[in-house]
Ligand binder design. Structure first.
Ligand SMILES: O=C(NCCc1nnc(-c2ccc3[nH]cnc3c2)[nH]1)c1cc(-c2ccc(F)cc2)cc(O)c1O
Ligand SMILES: [Mg+2]
Length: 214
């Protein structure tokens, strides 16, 4: 039977990356996506912006919405201080199965909780299931029409504190117009746009960084 793109991406990691070396896993995926097949990872250019925000925030608790193959999960987890926790949510079981193996190849499974399920179901359960009171950083990279409802849900569930950072991928392409309007006009957020490009292309895209003001 035919392999899927995520399976071929995993194959490239197992072939070209060194076990336990997150940077080599990231590099192997970027090389695969540039030379073989495009895939919807945040990519190297936006990935550098992600790295700088993670390093600046130095978060103890991170929520990632939209794991896909685990590329950004590996980038984030490799920068976390010891004992920090990254919870990543993936809706598609096939993507989740690949992501687990990519994260394991990078040797980061102890820092990552990968949950299979819908954000709307799991966000209200974060505190009781994982003992997380608030998130220091949230990386939004899942279905683009879920960014706004899930942000409102996180507010309602008290998962954001004064100073929590939301970093959203794809605010231009594919685009998240309702989310952008919300975080840019709400007095409860201070937002900043980091102009970049859609992963592995010349198409404009960018990340929106929003600080929750409480
Ligand atoms: O759809 C995207 N990403 C979403 C994957 C996902 N992986 N997991 C989920 C999830 C996880 C929990 C959920 N709970 C409820 N819905 C959920 C959806 N969603 C995406 C698409 C593009 C893209 C750009 C241009 C094109 F021509 C085609 C495609 C680029 C990107 O950077 C993306 O991130
Ligand atoms: Mg994305």
């Amino acid at each position: 039977t035919q392999s899927t793109r995520p399976q071929r991406l995993l194959g490239a990691v197992q072939k070209n990356a060194t076990r336990g070396d997150p940077r080599s896993v990231v590099q192997a995926i970027d090389q695969f996506c540039r030379q073989k097949e495009w895939a919807m990872n945040v990519g190297d250019e936006k990935g550098c912006i992600l790295d700088s925000v993670v390093s600046e925030v130095n978060p103890a608790t991170v929520l990632e919405l939209g794991t896909y193959c685990g590329y950004s999960t590996v980038r984030i987890a490799s920068l976390l201080p010891p004992h920090a926790k990254l919870i990543t949510l993936e809706f598609n079981p096939d993507f989740a199965a690949i992501a687990r193996q990519v994260i394991a190849w990078a040797g980061l499974e102890d820092k990552v909780h990968l949950i299979e399920g819908a954000s709307g179901d799991w966000i209200p359960k974060m505190t009781e299931q994982f003992g997380v009171k608030t998130f220091d950083l949230v990386f939004l990279d899942h279905w683009k029409d879920r960014y706004l409802p899930d942000t409102m849900l996180m507010e309602e569930c008290g998962l954001l504190r004064k100073g929590s950072i939301l970093l959203a991928d794809n605010v231009i392409c594919p685009g998240t117009p309702d989310y952008l309007e919300y975080v840019r006009s709400s007095p409860r957020y201070e937002s900043q746009y980091f102009k970049s490009h859609l992963e592995y292309t010349k198409v404009e895209d960018g990340l929106e960084k929003s600080v929750f003001l409480g």
